[in-house]
Design a protein around this ligand. Sequence first.
Ligand code: SAM
Length: 289
Amino acid sequence: MSNSANRPGRIEEISSPANPRIKSIKGLMLKKNRDRENVFLAEGQKLVTDALEKGWTIRTLLHSRRLVEDDSQRERIQSLSAKVRARGGDILITNDKLLTSITRRDNPQSVVAVIERKLVDVSNLSFEGNDCWLALDRVRDPGNLGTIIRTADALGAKGVFLVGDTTDPFALEAVRATMGSLFHVQLVRQSEAQFIEFAKNFQGQGGKVVGTHLKGAVDHREVDYASGPLVLLMGNEQQGLTDELAEACDSVVLIAMDGAADSLNLAVATGIVLFEARQHLLTLEGRDH
Ligand code: SAM
C-alpha cells in the first residue's frame, strides 16, 4: 500500500469488491492491520481536506464515480484528487456501494481516504506559557475518545496523552467522532509509568497536573489553571483514575453535582473542566457567524 512522494499518484478505476486493494483497505477496520500498515481510514471531503492542510500523508483517496459525473461536485473532487496525487497518493475511482462496504455506513460518504498515522514522541515536545494538554487514563470507548479530541481542539488544547490501554484514536468510530479535529491536535501514547515519569519532569519545570476524580477533594472551579503549562488528567469510564495516577497530580478535583447521577459522562466532564481551565483565553473574535 506504500507509495513514493517523488512521483504523482496513480489513478485506477475499481468496481469489484474482490479487488485486492479494496480487500486490503477493508481490512483497515481491524486494529492489527492498521498497526501493521501504519495507516487508518477517514471519511468525507472535510476530513480529507483538513488532513491535507495539516500535512498528513494520504496514501490513497477513494471516491465515487458519481462525484465526477455531478456538475456541482466535479471541480471540488478534481481539485482534492490533484492535491493528493501531487503528494504521491493514489486515486481509486469506485462506486457508492463499494464505499459503503468499506466503511459499513448506511449513508455512505462519497470520499474515503487511507492516511498515515501520526503519533508524537514526548521528547520532541516543549511546554510553555498557557499550553494545555489532556491526558486520558485507559479510555475504552472510541466515541468518547473522538469527542474528547474534538473538544480538546475546540478549546485550544495542544494535544492528548493516551495513557495505558487507551482505545485506538485511529479506529473509524473515533475518527468520525473527532469531526476532523484529529488532524489538529497532537497525540502521544504512553504507558502509565512513562506518563508518571513525564509528569514529574513537567512539574519540575513549572507545569501543573490536575486530575479529575469522584474522590477529588477540591472543587474544580477553585484551581488556578493559568499559572503555567497544564495537563488535565481524566479517568477510565468504569474505574476512574488509578491510585498511582491520582498521586502523580498536583491536585485532584471534583465537579460538583446535584441530582441522582453518580458521575458525569467522561467526555462531558472533560468539556466542563477544560472550559473552566481555558475560559480566560476564549473569545468570539475571529469566528464567522
Ligand atoms: N465509576 C467511576 C469512578 O468511580 O471513578 C466513574 C468514572 S466517570 C464515568 C469517568 C471519568 O470522568 C472520571 O474518571 C473523571 O475523570 C470524570 N468525571 C466524571 N464525573 C466527574 C465529576 N463529577 N468530578 C470529577 N470528575 C468526573
